[in-house]
Write a protein that binds this ligand. Structure first.
Ligand code: ME8
Length: 504
């Protein structure tokens, strides 16, 4: 048994969540649920990033004060996450007093350690990214490479973080910690940034006041990124509850999109070092969900897809499963409604849902509605054992789509097994009982393993096959052992768990 502290980035409150954000948060939820099944102590943190120029300007455009705008849009993220059945243990907002205290404590520590100094900064700033760009990285006529909109020239008296001083320590950390950034391609990208050599970075702004003030210079607020990154530490008691911080921090795993890799794999670990925090995070990086080849974005010109619209069509679990299964964690992947629909029909309507109803119908007709016990020597036992090992290994590597593919192999092969034996054509008796006991047992195990993607439906199926308690209470690897379906319990028929859907 261990601990797992999973985090999403905190989302800017300039607009509502779209399916790209949902993909990130769902991935964390699913991996955390897997760890809950392993019996680990789990903490899942998400929240919203509410300071900075971008939020301030979008508030002005919406005719609201920054805090009204933040309240409004933070609420939309909170509601969307609840609708998606995310089991987050906390939802942090950077405008909360607990966060102000932690930011000031951590950066004061870095300042006291001599890692922060004052200088004048001038450079090209993209408000969309809330980041300065080197002239060489700009495209067209001084436009941001991500937002494709003009950057602004800014000159400011700033506080700087001596990032360059941490070059060697960061290199040592990468050398000593092979899995610190996953997948490997993104780890290489972080190493590439490191190899280019690090320059000091500006961490304060005097031009705006929508932020957390610098404790030793109240005319400045911290630059939004250095306020934002600290949320992860705030939420586990940094600066206020050392015991809680020491408990959770060594197990922290950040899940981030590739656009914010540099902040999480270089700047943030360096800042933690500057504040004498011993443990550094593990970072899991994913690509973008694309629409027509472009990053789906809040401010860009591509259409946004709201999770609630997709949930209306596919149901919560249909949406969760299709999104997680269809977009491998790492590469960019094109979002397509048709692909989600097809995934829903294949995996859920035709395979999982069909297996549940088929088993219940045959047991009702041929076994008086009482589920028989499985055969210890069933050919399905080996199928399950292999698929379980692959499922577990994939979750461990933070590869939800691969894990679900392995789990669904159990479901497909059980359907094939039924197709071959055709118990519905047999006379009631020991032959039918043997087939149905095996099918029920495979279904029981697949249901436990599928819980991270379809938590609500898995519980319904669990009850239908007559299992006591809940899936959430099951513990792996014990629950994946062949032979635990008790037999002699009532199996219920019911409405299809995942009705087949047509393109409308
Ligand atoms: O970056 N596909 O916030 P954010 C996949 N506040 N992921 C996507 C995506 C897409 N189309 N669009 C956005 C911020 N994301 C900061 C984070 S953390 C200390 C501060 C992901 O709302 C994006 O990659 O712009 C990022 O991981 C997350 O959504 C939040 O983006």
């Amino acid at each position: 048994m261990g601990r797992y502290f999973g985090t999403t980035p905190i989302f800017y409150v300039n607009d509502a969540p779209h399916v790209g954000h949902a993909y990130n948060a769902l991935s964390v939820d699913a991996v955390c649920r897997w760890h809950r099944l392993l019996g680990d102590e789990v903490r899942f943190l998400t929240g919203t990033d509410e300071h900075g120029l971008k939020v301030m300007r979008s508030a002005q455009e919406a005719g609201r004060s920054p805090i009204e705008h933040a309240d409004h849009n933070s609420g939309r993220f909170r509601d969307a996450w609840a609708e998606m059945n995310l089991a987050n243990d906390d939802f942090i907002r950077t405008t909360e007093p607990r966060h102000h205290a932690a930011v000031q404590a951590m950066l004061q520590r870095a300042y006291d350690n001599g890692h922060i100094y004052q200088a004048t900064y001038s450079g090209w700033y993209c408000v969309g990214c809330e980041a300065y760009y080197a002239e060489d990285d700009l495209i067209d006529d001084h436009a941001c490479p991500i937002h494709k909109r003009p950057v602004e020239h800014m000159v400011e008296d700033n506080w700087f973080f001596r990032l360059s001083a941490f070059q060697k320590q960061l290199e040592d950390w990468f050398a000593a910690t092979p899995g610190n950034v996953t997948p490997d391609g993104f780890r290489n990208e972080a190493l590439g940034i490191l190899r280019q050599g690090l320059e000091d970075v500006s961490i304060s702004r005097s031009s705006i006041d929508w932020g957390i003030s610098v404790p030793w210079d109240p005319d400045h607020v911290f630059y939004v990124w250095y306020d934002a990154l600290i949320n992860y530490a705030t939420a586990v008691g940094y600066g206020t509850d050392q015991e809680q911080f020491d408990t959770w921090w060594p197990s922290v795993h950040h899940f981030v999109g590739k656009d914010i890799l540099r902040f999480h794999t270089i700047y943030w670990p360096a800042m933690l070092m500057a504040a004498d925090v011993e443990h550094l995070p593990t970072v899991h990086v994913h690509g973008f969900l694309l629409l027509g080849g472009e990053k789906m974005s809040k401010t860009g010109n591509v259409t946004k897809v709201a999770p609630s619209d997709l949930i209306a069509d596919f149901g919560v679990d249909g949406f969760r499963h299709a999104v997680l299964r269809d977009h491998p964690f790492g590469p960019d992947s094109e979002f397509s409604y048709e692909a989600l629909l097809s995934r829903y029909n294949v995996d859920l309507a035709n395979n999982y849902g069909n297996l549940v109803s088929r088993v219940a119908t045959v047991v009702a007709k041929k076994c008086n509605g009482i589920g028989p016990a499985p055969d210890p020597g069933s050919p399905l036992a080996a199928v399950v054992a292999t698929a379980f090992a692959e499922t577990a290994a994939a979750w461990e590597r933070t590869q939800p789509s691969v894990a679900l593919e392995a789990t669904w192999r159990i479901i497909r092969q059980t359907n094939e097994y039924l197709q071959e034996r055709e118990p519905w054509k047999m006379d009631a008796g020991p032959d039918v009982d043997a087939v149905m006991g095996d099918a029920l047992e495979a279904l029981r195990i697949a249901t436990v393993l599928a819980w991270p993607s379809i938590p609500e439906t898995a519980e319904l199926a669990w009850k239908r096959i007559g299992m006591p308690g809940t899936v959430a209470e099951q513990r792996l690897p014990a629950a994946a052992q062949w032979g635990l379906y008790p037999g002699g319990v009532t199996v219920e028929t019911g409405d299809p768990l995942f009705p087949r859907l047509k393109l409308t």
